[in-house]
Design a protein around this ligand. Structure first.
Ligand code: BEZ
Ligand code: MG
Length: 573
């Protein structure tokens, strides 16, 4: 019998999930090159930007200012603030931003003072920042810059980042500069990384009752530019070391954090870095390799140092030389990029799922390390080393570092995190726990892949706000919807992480609703055909099992589109 307490808990959990969906920033359309933001989009962006403390601008988070002024500060900091508190603060914030957009900073400041008692001098710096961002969002020089670039003229440089993390990326249309690889990871990135990596370890601990002995990490170049190396810092923190800067302030050394300070075992990490990362961050790869070697050399008990444990196991069994046994940093062959797993999935050109993981290893098994004599080894093809390292992995992980691009928006998340997870599954004989972080929210949140797929599906693919935003773009918008479905399918193919209801709802929303089907067909019948085909493939591969009449309908839609008689679909009884 379920008790009232269970019922209340279930209701609280559902409320929590609904709030999470509600509070997410949902892109409502594609960026149109050369065009400034629309008002609604701008307001949502400004509200997000105003939700973080920005010490570099002396600007304080508006939700925090409101909570403090109303004496609700401690509620807001709790794990799950009461809904009334959240609703109250969000309501005030919505109206403040509306006032700001309509009537300017002074009015918004006065409103906040009037409504919540926030002193105008406390909110002034935040509104000043919003004014600057707002002006930059209104104007747009992208086309001008493109034309200048085509003429070979000078383009002003600017940092690359997520707009909400770092509004200094505005104005757009500039030449994104990289970072000095020796500055990575920055101190701030290391501090943020500790929170994210600890949250990851706690999540695993909660689910499995012990720490993971080995984690496979995906590191991307642009993400580490944007975050000043947060992914790199996570790897170091999991190993239990911190970066040390030399006399030239370059992060070239690591310092071991003693176990009594770390208070947990050192986790073994297998790092797969993208081709872009390899090109941009050679010294960082050397730093990561050095960190693993240092940790492997520590005279510590095996149950507190999983790197040493694993290296000893490989060497003691005579299976490997020491230098091979400590190799953990892998990437593509020099001059190569990507895993190709996405292409195989998109073209339906694969047999069993294991082949997707095998392709990942084939593409990514190039070792970047330095041997015991200090000789640099760059890009040695070493599938046996990668196989051995992956065979011990218990969890796989990647950061999401942008508010705008998630795991169903592009095919790269499933090619990397999905590809490596499938490779681990066949090599370790067990599916790893797969996690992603939102390193964006003030309290870093770790989600399982399954949770993330559901969240993305609910906030984007199946959300009328999202797909109507896409449909405003006509032909391209329908293609985007189809892309999302293919990327979702990619998570079935590589990680079996998509609940069947997701395929059912996608079918109901886009293909079994005649009015919607007509709209999509008018705009882009090619994508409608691909969509129906993909859903049928999902069934053939065993990811969902709809009724025969649904399959029949999908086949019918597919062949109609193929014959180009897509337009004007008759009403279907
Ligand atoms: C990267 O920045 O490393 C990256 C970007 C897009 C796809 C994959 C990797
Ligand atoms: Mg990214």
């Amino acid at each position: 019998m379920t008790s009232f307490i269970d019922r209340d808990r279930a209701i609280a959990a559902i409320t929590e999930q609904l709030t999470e969906i509600e509070e997410r920033l949902i892109p409502t359309g594609l960026h149109v090159f050369g065009r400034g933001s629309e008002l609604k989009e701008k307001a949502a962006m400004l509200q997000m930007i105003a939700s973080f403390d920005r010490p570099e601008h002396n600007a304080q988070s508006l939700p925090r200012l409101v909570a403090e002024a109303l004496g609700l500060e401690s509620d807001l900091l709790s794990e799950s603030p009461a809904n009334e508190t959240r609703a109250l603060i969000t309501g005030i914030l919505n109206e403040t931003i509306a006032q700001f957009c309509e009537r300017g900073a002074d009015h918004a400041g006065a409103y906040l003072n009037d409504k919540a008692g926030v002193k105008t001098e406390d909110s002034r710096a935040t509104f000043a920042l919003l004014e600057k961002v707002s002006r930059q969002l209104d104007s747009n020089h992208e086309i001008e810059s493109l034309v200048r670039a085509l003429r070979g003229e000078y383009i002003e440089p600017g940092p690359g980042a997520d707009i909400i993390q770092n509004p200094l990326i505005l104005p757009t249309g500039r030449n994104t500069h990289a970072v000095n690889p020796y500055s990575v990871p920055s101190r701030a990135a290391f501090d943020r990384a500790k929170h994210a990596a600890d949250a990851l370890l706690h999540r695993y601990l909660d689910e499995h009752g012990r720490y993971p002995r080995s984690i496979a990490l995906v590191l991307w170049g642009l993400d580490n530019i944007k975050t000043q190396g947060e992914g790199v810092a996570q790897a170091l923190w999991l190993l239990g070391v911190r970066p040390v800067r030399d006399a030239l302030n370059r992060a070239t050394e690591v310092e071991v954090i003693p176990l009594d300070e770390l208070k947990r075992p050192r986790i073994d990490v297998v790092m797969t870095v993208s081709g872009i990362f390899r090109d941009l961050f050679a010294p960082t790869m050397a730093l990561l390799d050095k960190a693993v070697r240092r940790v492997a050399s520590l005279a510590e008990p095996h149950e507190m140092n999983y790197v040493r444990r694993h290296v000893s196991q490989s060497v003691d069994h005579g299976a490997m030389e020491y230098d091979d046994a400590v190799t953990r940093v892998f990437s593509n062959a020099s001059g190569n990029y990507g895993t190709n797993v996405n292409f195989l999935v998109m073209q339906s050109a694969w047999g069993d799922a294991a082949s997707l993981g095998d392709l990942f290893v084939t593409r990514k098994c190039f070792a970047y390390t330095r041997d015991s004599q200090g000789r640099t080894i760059e890009g040695r093809e070493a599938p046996h080393l990668m196989d051995a390292a992956l065979s011990r992995v218990e969890a796989t992980y990647q950061n999401i570092d942008s508010f705008e691009v998630g795991i169903t928006d592009v095919d790269h998340y499933f090619e990397y995190l999905g590809g490596i997870s499938k490779a681990v599954e066949t090599r370790s004989k067990s599916r790893p726990s797969i996690y992603l972080s939102d390193s964006l929210s003030p309290q870093t949140k770790i989600r399982s892949l399954e949770e993330t797929v559901q969240l993305e599906t609910r906030t984007k693919t199946l959300n009328p706000k999202w797909y109507e935003g896409m449909l405003k773009h006509g032909f391209r918008g329908v293609a985007e919807i189809e892309n999302h479905v293919t990327n979702t399918f990619g998570w079935s193919a590589t990680a079996d992480a998509v609940d069947p209801w997701i395929y059912t709802e996608i079918t109901n929303t886009f293909l079994l609703d005649d009015e919607m089907l007509n709209r999509l067909t008018e705009l882009n019948h090619y994508s409608v055909q691909s969509l129906a085909k993909r859903l049928l493939e999902a069934h053939e591969r065993g990811y969902w099992n709809p009724q025969e009449e649904v399959l029949e309908r999908l086949r019918e839609i597919m062949s109609r589109m193929e014959l180009g008689i897509g337009k004007a679909v008759e009403h279907h009884a």
